[in-house]
Design a protein around this ligand. Structure first.
Ligand SMILES: C[S@@+](CC[C@H](N)C(=O)[O-])C[C@H]1O[C@@H](n2cnc3c(N)ncnc32)[C@H](O)[C@@H]1O
Length: 400
């Protein structure tokens, strides 16, 4: 996966071949249109207020692709929150020169406002927010396969790792005992599973949170992606894991198909990520689905979206609808050195379901998913927002 996506010359992302959007390989919330960035700008402005409107509020974006999200955020901040715009500086963590070039073209009008770093390591300690949309699912994972609940000496020996080999003139998976010490340590936490059960472990995401924790002095990390709590991720029925390969909006079963021309991704194990964050004093400020997260933001907008044009309303419906992006995506908010209550929000009221000792359910159960089926989702959203406002109990992520 590392080579297929990030080989300096042939990798799907590093070569600049990755294409996102209608005419590309897959959609993301960013590719739906500027609304996603505009809504997140409102969230960032509120974080800035919660951090006492500091002069040097840093937004770090990682996985910025062609810079569209940064453009949407900066444009919206400049128009809607000029003081916030003046106080912010935007840093993009981008390891690939070809993507840095494209981002600087997209963001030409914001020259001076943006700086680039090629890794989290190269980033100065900052106060502000780290943001990522679909970064974690694009990190290379270890594929593992159960040998069954046999009477082996250690839990570690119940799993093999799947490596890529070469057989009959083509790539093929080869199973071998796990030798990587970090992977061996991780699998001791996994439940016993029948022989042949396949799954993934994303150690890169855990390293990422280790690094980020050393750079975030005060503020937030907001990660949006598709994933599951650990219990759901490693559930009995998920016998083939979550690895997905796609190109031109089509799914492939094999990652050896169209290598370097197709996307490969895996769902995020949110529980492991949240636990690792908490070990670094990054506390879980909230965890919910995109539907609840965005309706929370909308409810606080000074100029709500009832009067938006048809295109914006369609984009909103795509972002919110439970059967499109609303429930498939989750939002994990981490906070450091910010009073716990300030990271509370009604959209996040079931916060920290990920790292409590209770059985992990992961997400709010009050998702109006079933109500939305066959109904005009947008009307319902506006109605929901109106009702919650009227009751005065719908507050944004960072409001007391
Ligand atoms: C699925 S795309 C998402 C792009 C964009 N955030 C969006 O939502 O449309 C994943 C992006 O993460 C980038 N990426 C992967 N690993 C990265 C890393 N370590 N640092 C920065 N970007 C990375 C890839 O190059 C790619 O642009």
């Amino acid at each position: 996966m590392q080579q297929a996506l990030y080989h300096p010359e042939h990798g799907y992302y590093s070569s600049g071949r990755a294409s996102i959007g209608r005419r590309g390989d897959y959609f993301t919330s960013v590719s739906i249109g500027p609304l996603f960035g505009q809504l997140l700008a409102a969230q960032f402005a509120q974080m800035w207020e919660r951090l006492d409107q500091i002069d040097n509020f840093v937004i770090v974006e990682q996985g910025a692709h062609h810079g569209d999200f940064a453009r949407d955020v900066l444009g919206s901040a400049r128009k809607g929150w000029p003081e916030f715009f003046a106080a912010l500086c935007y840093r993009i963590v981008e390891p690939f020169p070809i993507l840095q070039d494209r981002q600087s073209q997209t963001l030409a009008e914001y020259e001076g406002k943006i700086e680039w770093r090629d890794s989290i390591d190269a980033l100065e300690p900052f106060t502000g927010v780290h943001f990522s949309n679909e970064l974690l699912d694009a990190m290379p994972v270890h594929l593992i396969c159960s040998r069954g609940p046999v009477a082996y000496a250690t839990a570690g020996s119940q799993w093999n790792e799947k490596f890529v080999g070469w057989r009959n003139d083509q790539f093929a998976f080869v199973e071998q005992p796990i030798v990587d010490p970090a992977l061996r340590a991780f699998i001791t936490k996994l439940p016993s599973r029948p022989a042949g059960y396949k799954t993934e472990v994303n150690l890169a995401a855990l390293d990422w949170i280790d690094n980020l924790a050393t750079k975030l002095e005060r503020g937030y990390a907001l990660a949006i992606d598709y994933g599951h709590s650990r219990a759901e991720f490693y559930a009995h029925h998920r016998t083939n894991g979550t690895l997905q390969c796609r190109a031109q909006h089509r799914l492939f079963t094999s990652p050896f198909h169209e290598i370097g021309h197709a996307d490969i991704s895996a769902h995020v194990d949110w529980s492991s990520l949240a636990e690792r964050a908490e070990a670094h004093s990054l506390h879980v400020g909230g965890f919910t689905d995109q539907h609840h997260f965005i309706t929370g933001i909308i409810s606080e907008l000074a100029a709500p979206l009832e009067d938006a044009d048809a295109k914006t309303k369609r984009a909103l419906q795509t972002l919110l609808h439970p059967e499109i992006l609303g429930r498939a995506f989750q939002v994990l908010a981490l906070a450091k050195d910010v009073a716990a209550s300030t990271a509370a929000d009604s959209s996040f009221k079931q916060k920290n379901t990920l790292t409590t000792k209770r059985p992990v359910s992961g997400l709010p159960h009050h998702s109006p998913a079933s109500n939305l089926r066959g109904m005009n989702a947008l009307c319902l959203v506006f109605e929901l927002v109106r009702l919650r406002r009227a009751r005065g109990r719908f507050r944004l992520l960072l409001r007391h």
